[in-house]
Design a protein around this ligand. Sequence first.
Ligand code: NI
Length: 178
Amino acid sequence: MALLPIITAPDPRLKKVCAPVEAVDDEIRRLMDDMLETMYNAPGIGLAAPQVGVLKRVIVVDVAGEDEERAPLFMANPELTWVSDDDSNYEEGCLSLPEHYGDVVRPAAITVRYLDRENEIRELKAEGLLATCIQHEMDHLEGILFVDHMTALKRNMILRKLLKAKKADKPLASYATA
Ligand code: NI
């Protein structure tokens, strides 16, 4: 396994719609494993392939707490097959928007269908932080960042700060999440 560099916004690769994978083969499994290691190392609770420059519909998620056993989820071609009418509001962060956080409203519960690490079709019902995290990662596959759910004013403020930090080549501490 290998650590992959995480792309930070603004970057055109974070705004692309990603392509489905044909199957979860050895190449995709290696990508998933590298992404998981990169996510744990960041540390984060979710990571999408475009965040490491791979424009494919692959995400990894693990929302287990520090004292809990690891519970990684590997998903290729995730699709929502159901969303709840109830919404929830979480303060989200993103490994591609280091040091920035913001409230995002999303469906509180979801059912997601995907291909797992063994190329098996799975369906998972999720709620709470897991539901939020999966939706956040799925957004990345459409080129959508959590700041795109916020007002233009707030979004532009954050992106301007990130651009400035990037130009100054300032190393950013990453307490961010996904
Ligand atoms: Ni993110």
